[in-house]
Write a protein that binds this ligand. Structure first.
Ligand SMILES: *Cc1c(COP(=O)(O)O)cnc(C)c1O
Length: 381
């Protein structure tokens, strides 16, 4: 079976991890700051806080931006559940903004409409989480402009989009947001096994994120109540978590990051191959902004006819490991119990009804891609 995504682990990665295993520190050593520094330079942002997953990154980013009971977070329904769950971890409520029918990202038009209504009923969101679906950045300039007008904070869920750019600037630079979150799960663009990071241009926010990642403990006398007792001393000044990344993971991250550009270039070459070969078939590709560059974490298509299940099963039977991204979050039983219902975000639901993600990963060979193209062509003819 050709998988829909797959990590690439080289000898250099293995050597980097082995060196940590032989060193003095498996965690809280030099590799985590080295990874944070390398990431900060790569995306052009002042601060990076590495954590044990993007889910943890979203959680502490929400907390650090003041989300809590009585507050509201809005995100896209076309995402992994973690983009919405982070609000619930904080005791806040979550709502969704429907997607654009061509880009499959949060629609700025729907967002503006919903904000106008919310302003009238006094239910404006405190945080909006745009998700850069499949690696293609949302329209951040417009979302940031709405943020200034309606007074909400912005966390970019860039779990799919490390290595992407938006109108000439790297995703992660936080030019249009308070924070940007990356995931390093093995199916994503680069991996640390499990892992995530928050990027921010705000040093005070970064300090708070570092404290939340490690139990709410500080060793900085300036943050302590009543000052320090001595060099051994630390204080827990708020309730935090153990969301730390290990040095084993960070060393893998440093090594993987060196190949980020090559990975994204390879993904673009493969995507071009798909677009050229499948252009005449009854299907649609994601519409991408010509001024931006997707990281192409996924290669989703939508079928022109409502026979996704049949096509999906036929492709799997031909050893093509297709997948579906995403079941709209509000359609999950847990969210239905919170009061969401079918038909509430119709564009995301229509998209889901015919969506299939084709295999795409940097070590995919031309022969593998030809097998996928042949299978898709047979199944759609
Ligand atoms: C993978 C993913 C996450 C969660 O990432 P983890 O590192 O597995 O916690 C969050 N949001 C989106 C959009 C994702 O694809």
């Amino acid at each position: 079976m050709i998988p829909y995504g797959r990590q690439d682990i080289t000898q250099a990665d293995i050597d980097a991890v082995m060196a940590v295993l032989r060193s003095d520190f498996l965690t809280q050593g030099p590799q985590v700051p080295a990874f944070e520094q390398a990431l900060a330079e790569r995306v052009g942002v002042a601060e990076v806080v590495a954590v044990n997953s993007a889910t943890s990154a979203l959680h502490i980013a929400c907390l650090a931006l003041g989300l809590g009971p009585g507050k509201r977070l809005w995100t896209s329904p076309n995402t992994f559940v973690a983009s919405a769950n982070c609000a619930l971890y904080c005791g806040a409520t979550v709502d969704f903004v429907d997607i654009d029918p061509a880009t499959w990202n949060m629609s700025p038009v729907r967002l503006e409409e919903k904000l106008e209504l919310a302003a009238r009923s006094g239910t404006l969101p405190d945080i909006v989480v745009p998700v850069h679906f499949a690696g293609e950045s949302c329209d951040m300039a417009r979302i940031a402009e709405l943020g200034r007008r309606y007074g909400f904070r912005i966390i970019e869920d860039a779990s799919h989009a490390i290595g992407a750019s938006y109108r000439g600037g790297a995703v992660g630079n936080c030019r249009y947001s308070d924070a940007t979150v990356f995931s390093f799960h093995p199916v994503k663009i680069i991996t640390t096994g499990e892992g995530g990071a928050v990027c921010t241009a705000d040093p005070a926010l970064a300090a708070r994120l570092r404290r939340l990642r490690s139990h709410g403990i500080t060793r900085d006398a300036a943050e302590m109540e009543g000052g320090s007792d001595g060099p051994w001393y630390y204080q827990q000044v708020e309730l935090g978590f153990n969301y730390r990344m290990t040095d084993i993971q960070a060393a893998l991250g440093v090594s993987q990051l060196e190949r980020l550009s090559a990975y994204v270039t390879r993904r673009h070459a493969l995507a071009e191959g798909y677009r050229a070969a499948l252009r005449e078939l009854p299907l649609a590709f994601q519409q991408c902004d010509p001024q931006s560059r997707s990281a192409l974490h996924l290669f989703p298509i939508t079928l022109s006819e409502p026979r996704r299940r049949q096509v999906f099963e036929a492709l799997r039977a031909r050893d093509v490991g297709v997948n579906v991204h995403y079941i709209p979050v509000h359609r999950q039983p847990y969210y239905q119990r919170l009061g969401f219902s079918a038909g509430q975000f119709p564009v995301a639901e229509q998209y889901y009804a015919t969506a299939i993600s084709l295999p795409l990963f940097p070590t995919m060979t031309e022969a593998m891609q030809q097998q996928v193209i042949n299978a898709v062509s047979e199944c759609l003819q």
